[in-house]
Write a protein that binds this ligand. Structure first.
Ligand code: HEM
Length: 400
């Protein structure tokens, strides 16, 4: 079995600060590796591009919560440390398979149209400009805190019709849930968020607006529990992911003055540049967990039934067999086919909104601050503790 004997522990701080280097070693050594996560879960990690695509299109790798909960229990060092989510919200798109997944995805895709997203461009631009106004005149700002997370958070709340006064609470809850470090805090935040969403959805039933939730309520075909889980999923997955695209993207540009100058010289490069930035520092490092419903072979490695598979998207996107000289940022390269939005039936439904948010956010920032530069002390650029995400703690910049 051509797996590596190297013992890998994922998601420790040491791993997170050096993930590209660790993954490059794993990729060179073998296609699929046995690893243990920092909280004691044994998984298989897929590191190469072709195998990642194969895994993400393999219908024997499943995600339904019943099977996954059992698989997690069976693969944990300490089965009592299993992840707990409140019942309704665990049954969402990203946690379902087959016909059930296709039905709910179909309803959501029908409402999440390109036209709805394009209509949001002026609002996204206005929100970005407001945030940039607030930064102007400051000597030093944390771009993560003051821009990158606030912009997509507000955009999602607009999309879903969440009132202004509740937006800070959303940010707190989704951060706790995504950090996935404290099971009790995750459970409390999930319950609080689900309770809020029930009220929000019931409000839209009585007084619909222009937002996506009102449209989904009006379209019919989804139960209240399904609506809650969709709203929950969108708020949680759409927020930090897009924030990471903005902050990681700006960091990559500020670290590479030649590429930044090329983009400033030719702003029409921006949409292509965003694809390369998504490839280069992918905002979602790893896919969510899948388990083998039957024995599968990935990259020549046997994976027994009931074991857990994670696809390292940020490794597949740095595979030089697919993207020549993959560790080099090249805004003019053809980054199409990158896996930052996943692949297969669960590929990201929010990709168009994320791309638009990224293009507007980075474009407005560069326009507004021609002298923007990194202003970080030694050790200040650190990757945040997280299971699936690849995002910065802080990005100190001088707006100039
Ligand atoms: C740069 C920003 C984003 C990135 C990198 C990203 C990445 C991903 C990835 C990798 C997956 C698949 C996970 C897996 O297979 O385990 C996914 C799924 C999903 N994303 Fe995104 N996402 C982003 C933004 C958004 C936004 C803004 C929304 C919606 C507002 C969204 C909605 C979804 C949904 C609904 C799914 C589940 C689809 C399904 O299971 O059928 N995402 N995303």
């Amino acid at each position: 079995m051509p797996t590596s004997m190297r013992s890998v522990t994922l998601f420790t701080d040491e791993y997170l600060q050096n993930s590209h280097e660790v993954l490059a070693l794993l990729r060179a050594e073998g296609p699929v590796h046995r690893a243990r996560t920092a909280n004691g879960l044994h998984v298989w990690v897929v590191t190469r591009y072709d195998d990642a695509v194969a895994a993400l299109t393999d219908e024997r790798l499943l995600k339904n919560p019943e099977g996954l909960t059992a698989a997690i229990r069976d693969n944990l060092d300490d089965p009592d440390r299993g992840l707990t989510f409140s019942g309704d919200i665990a049954h969402h798109l990203l946690n379902s398979d087959g016909a059930e997944h296709a039905r709910v995805r179909g309803v959501l895709a029908g409402a999440f149209t390109g036209e709805r997203i394009e209509r949001m461009r002026p609002r996204i631009t206005a929100i970005a400009d407001e945030l940039l106004d607030a930064m102007a005149g400051k000597r030093r700002v944390d771009l993560v805190d003051e821009y990158a997370l606030l912009l997509p958070g507000s955009v999602l709340c607009e999309l879903l019709g969440v009132p202004h006064q509740d937006r800070d609470r959303f940010r707190t809850w989704s951060n706790i849930i995504l950090a996935a470090t404290d099971p009790d805090a995750i459970r409390d935040a999930s319950i609080a968020l689900a309770a809020f969403l029930v009220q929000l959805i019931r409000g839209k039933q009585v007084a619909p607006g222009e937002d996506l939730i009102s449209e989904l309520v009006g379209a019919g075909g989804l139960t209240e529990a399904e609506l809650i889980s969709i709203a929950f999923l969108l708020l949680v997955v759409g927020h930090e992911t897009s924030g990471n695209l903005i902050a990681n993207g700006v960091l990559s540009l500020l670290r590479d003055p030649g590429q930044l100058a090329a983009l400033r010289a030719d702003p029409s490069l921006l949409p292509k540049a965003v694809e390369e930035l998504l490839r280069f520092e992918s905002p979602v490092a790893m896919t969510t967990l899948r388990y083998a419903g039957e024995p599968v072979v990935i990259g020549g490695v046997d994976i027994p039934r009931g074991e857990i598979v994670i696809v390292a998207l940020n490794s597949a996107n740095r595979d030089s067999a697919r993207f020549p000289d993959a560790d080099r940022l090249d805004l003019t390269r053809d980054a199409d086919g990158h896996l930052a939005f996943g692949h297969g039936v669960h590929r990201c439904l929010g990709a168009a909104l994320a791309r638009l948010t990224g293009v507007v956010a980075i474009g407005r920032l560069l326009d507004r601050f021609p002298g923007l530069r990194l202003d970080a002390r030694d050790g200040e650029i650190r990757w945040r503790r997280s299971t699936f995400m690849h995002g910065l703690h802080a990005l100190p910049v001088a707006p100039g």
